[in-house]
Write a protein that binds this ligand. Structure first.
Ligand code: HEM
Length: 514
């Protein structure tokens, strides 16, 4: 018995020693070694502070930042990430900072960035500083690497080819009509020809409906039952990014972690119900789910049930808020620049005069001004302002030796304002800069290389189709209540929403649809 106690004590002591040494290495040893190695190679950065890294310094600078910007000012770095702006000024285009004890290389060197994004073996995907992302989306393509990612891509890619995207206008049509009907009602109730709406809220509702139908391939309440918990899961994951970088924090039974687990279970069971019903009927159904079920039922079971469920959630998380915010920022710029609004509307009325229908992809291609307008929105207010990677092993990139596990942070929003690429007016709104197709290769809004966004055409077509439909009927201006304060919470979003004044351009109301 005594021997058992001695052995148990020995194991406990050893485990404690291992845990403490591991913690000391991560909190003290590694930061010293990594910082010294990079410093010798000319990569400097803000000093490491025990356990918190650069986070406190960043928070202090954020507190001192202005609360809002003038609506005509598109250089949002001083309010959204003043610390990155300062460190770039102090340490150059590529520097090292510390997310807690984790080393992160930050770079606005386009050549280096493209090299890293092109090499998917060395530079792998990583959860967005919140390990809970992994519990929910771990088996979906956003967070997969290597052969698993290729296998998923092979199954899913056909859903996003040009032919398939042609039929998406029907998904957008219904949601946009509903949104416009809401506006007509509000205008009627106001007894004037205009009303105030919150475009952020409306874009959010509309894009939830569209992506829900794209994923599940159904046009009934089933997609709502999936979208509502999926949206709340997304919000909880975004909140979780503020959690302290403590290993295992996601397993603590906090109120948020418990709610997340409950919702995730509920969302999974909804998807499972739909899948089981379809498999029982022997028909896979429509949408991304139909395509994946077919792959599951094929001889080689290209995707497992668990992977299909993860993909449904992944596509919602990756495609809904990004598209909602792209539409919102486009409407912000359109309302802020009335001459552009007028020109784009005239182009729409000239090129696609047909009422009551969503425009086809062929018509959208003809809308040159609208295309340039959306590109400029993606440049200035790209919904995904950062791309993250981590090194899979010790590596050498552009003659810089980088240790395994180092995070790489690519600030797309800052790269899109590089004066060497975009000229001295890089902070100005000027869609004409895309007139001759120049600099398209420097746009990283949808990433670059093999891991470029699979939904990029879908998202762009969705936003453009909605804009065509609403610009035919309404005029927009910023409400005096609007406060210009972009905010970064995984995606770039207007902190206080986007209150707009919508004005009915036609005297007849909703009947005009038929
Ligand atoms: C319209 C606005 C959108 C923007 C700005 C955007 C941006 C991006 C970016 C920057 C990435 C790369 C992320 C990374 O490597 O860490 C990405 C990946 C991804 N996006 Fe989008 N996206 C948009 C819309 C969509 C839509 C509508 C869908 C789905 C229908 C979608 C699905 C995905 C998926 C599944 C990935 C992972 C692809 C992979 O790793 O191979 N996105 N997106």
């Amino acid at each position: 018995m005594d021997q058992v106690v001695v052995v148990a004590r020995l194991i406990c002591t050893l485990a404690t020693v291992v845990l403490i040494s591991n913690a000391l290495w991560k909190l003290l040893g590694r930061p010293y070694v990594v910082a010294r190695s990079l410093q010798r190679q000319g990569i400097r950065g803000p000093p490491y502070r025990f356990a918190v890294g650069s986070l406190l310094e960043a928070r202090r600078m954020l507190k001192l930042a202005p609360g809002a910007l003038d609506a005509n000012c598109h250089d949002y770095a001083p309010v959204v990430y003043p610390f990155f702006q300062k460190w770039t000024a102090d340490y150059g285009k590529t520097f090292l900072f510390w997310w807690g004890p984790t080393p992160c290389i930050f770079s606005t060197d386009m050549e280096l960035v493209k090299k890293m994004l092109a090499d998917t073996n060395l530079f792998q995907t990583v959860h967005y500083f919140n390990p809970s992302f992994e519990s929910v989306l771990g088996k979906g393509m956003l967070l997969l690497d290597g052969d698993d990612w290729k296998r998923h891509l092979k199954v899913i890619h056909p859903k996003f080819n040009e032919e398939k995207l042609k039929s998406m206008s029907t998904l957008v049509l219904e949601g946009t009509r509903q949104m416009m009907e809401g506006w007509y009602t509000q205008i009627q109730n106001s007894n004037t020809d205009q009303a105030e709406i919150d475009m952020m809220h409306d874009s959010d509702e509309l894009t939830q409906g569209v992506i829900g139908q794209l994923i599940l391939g159904v046009n009934n309440k089933a997609y709502r039952e999936f979208c509502i918990p999926a949206k709340e899961i997304y919000e909880l994951l975004v909140h979780g990014m503020k959690d302290p970088p403590i290993p295992g924090f996601r397993y603590l039974p906090t109120r948020r972690n418990r709610r997340l687990a409950k919702l995730d279970k509920f969302c999974t069971s909804k998807i499972m119900q739909i899948m089981e019903a379809r498999l029982a009927k022997g028909s896979y159904g429509e949408g991304l789910l139909g395509l994946m079920l077919e792959a599951y039922a094929s001889d080689n079971k290209a995707l497992s049930i668990e992977e299909i469920v993860a993909e449904c959630k992944t596509f919602f998380m990756a495609g809904q808020d990004t598209t909602a915010n792209l539409l919102t920022w486009a409407m912000f710029l359109l309302s802020n620049y009335p001459q552009w609004q007028k020109n784009v509307r005239e182009e729409i009325l000239r090129e696609c005069p047909e009422e009551g229908e969503a425009p086809s992809t062929n018509v959208l291609k003809k809308l040159k001004l609208l295309n340039m307008f959306v590109l400029e929105t993606l440049r200035l207010y790209n919904p995904a302002p950062f791309i993250l990677r981590k090194t899979a092993c010790d590596t050498n990139v552009s003659n810089i030796k980088v240790a395994k596990g180092t995070r790489i942070m690519i600030p797309v929003g800052m790269l899109h304002r590089d004066k060497e690429v975009w000229g001295p007016d890089s902070n100005e709104f000027n869609p004409m800069r895309f007139d001759k197709g120049n600099n398209i290769s420097s746009m990283l809004a949808f990433s670059y290389g093999p891991r470029v966004c699979i939904g990029r055409d879908f998202g762009r077509i969705e936003v453009m189709s909605v804009m065509v439909m609403i610009l035919r009927r309404f005029a927009f201006s910023l409400s005096p209540k609007y406060v210009h304060r972009p905010r970064h919470r995984v995606v770039l979003t207007p902190k206080y929403g986007l209150p707009l004044i919508v004005k009915n351009l036609q005297l007849d109301g909703p009947d005009h649809y038929d």
